[in-house]
Design a protein around this ligand. Structure first.
Ligand code: F6P
Length: 320
């Protein structure tokens, strides 16, 4: 390996910059060159490639977003696009690529690997929905951001003795909702993995709690279920209790990464370069059972995971 390329792809996540910085500086420490591929696979196809040195990543570890920008590329999903991407890597002397993103990005990494470019994937998404790992870059920051926002909504919700529905991100996964639901002491947590869509149960629960003297009712709703405004109207009509919906939205994707996201992203970035230096390819770095590990990308993509049933049941018990 002589030159490593690094790119971020899919939704951005706080901590991606810490990972990029670790890739760049670890590569330089190993005497390698580094090229930043901007705007993910889409930028690769447009040859949006810049040389990076130690200074390119100065003053970035504390920043949210990704200094390399990110994009979702349709063209790279085609085999012609993948051939072209591998060819461009060769043209720029890039013989190893670190891909920071989610499952879709790993599929892209696998295609490059199959075309002779060594690739390592790093799990970067606020959603935590990557099966091979218990940790993804950005999740910790996102749940802390959402948790603080929900605390604020709760203050005003209690003052007005209202019911509040707060929608958090996670189109296909309820991890953010579950963690915030626990951390914020929500009365109900609605996640696609478990919700039975029986709104009457929620309504009965709200009425019952009001009767026993509760002054507020917080519902954390995952984006995958959505319809928070509609739900608020229906709940208010059925219970007679003022109900408001708040969609936290992209605030959860930005902001300065937490200590955990900076440190784990740094470790993962360093490990990615270590793996490339050892000649590894088509691997994804994960964190499982308290250890940093790596898996074959195909194996990693074939894994599945579900939300922790104990956490889910516990959340219900604690909210009673
Ligand atoms: O995958 C991260 C994520 O923030 C999801 O939680 C959300 O559903 C999606 O991205 C939103 O994507 P976009 O920013 O393209 O609207």
């Amino acid at each position: 390996i002589k030159t490593i390329g690094v790119l971020t792809s899919g939704g951005d996540a706080p901590g991606m910059n810490a990972a990029i910085r670790a890739v760049v500086r670890t590569a330089l420490a190993n005497g390698l060159k580094v090229k930043g591929i901007r705007r993910g696979f889409s930028g690769l196809l447009e040859e949006d490639i810049v040389d990076m040195d130690g200074k390119s990543v100065s003053d970035t570890i504390q920043r949210g977003g990704t200094i390399l920008y990110t994009a979702r590329s349709k063209e790279f999903m085609t085999s012609e696009g993948q051939d072209k991407g591998a060819e461009i890597c060769r043209k720029h002397g890039i013989d190893g690529v670190v891909v920071i993103g989610g499952d879709g990005s790993f599929q892209g990494a696998e295609k490059l690997a199959a075309r002779g470019i060594n690739t390592i994937g790093l799990p970067g998404t606020i959603d935590l929905d990557i099966s091979c790992t218990d940790y993804t870059i950005g999740f910790d920051t996102a749940v802390n951001t959402a948790m603080e926002a929900i605390d604020k909504v709760r203050d005003t919700s209690t003052s007005h003795e209202r019911c509040s529905i707060i929608e958090v991100m996670g189109r296909n996964a309820g991890y953010i909702a579950l963690w915030c639901g626990i951390a914020n002491g929500a009365e109900d947590i609605l996640i696609t993995e478990r919700y039975d869509h029986n709104e009457q149960n929620i309504i009965d629960n709200i009425i019952h709690r009001k009767q026993i003297g509760k002054t507020h009712h917080i519902i954390v709703n995952a984006e995958g279920i959505g319809d928070s405004y509609g739900m608020a109207k229906r709940i208010e009509a059925a219970t007679g209790i003022e109900t408001r919906a708040t969609i936290i939205g992209h605030i959860q994707r930005g902001g300065s990464p937490t200590c955990r996201d900076r440190v784990y992203a740094s470790i993962m970035g360093s490990l990615a370069v270590d793996l490339l230096c050892k000649g590894a390819s088509n691997r994804v770095v994960g964190y499982r059972d308290g250890e940093f590990v790596d898996y074959d990308i195909k194996e990693a993509l074939a894994m599945s995971k579900d939300i922790d049933q104990y956490m889910y049941d516990m959340a219900k018990r604690l909210s009673r």
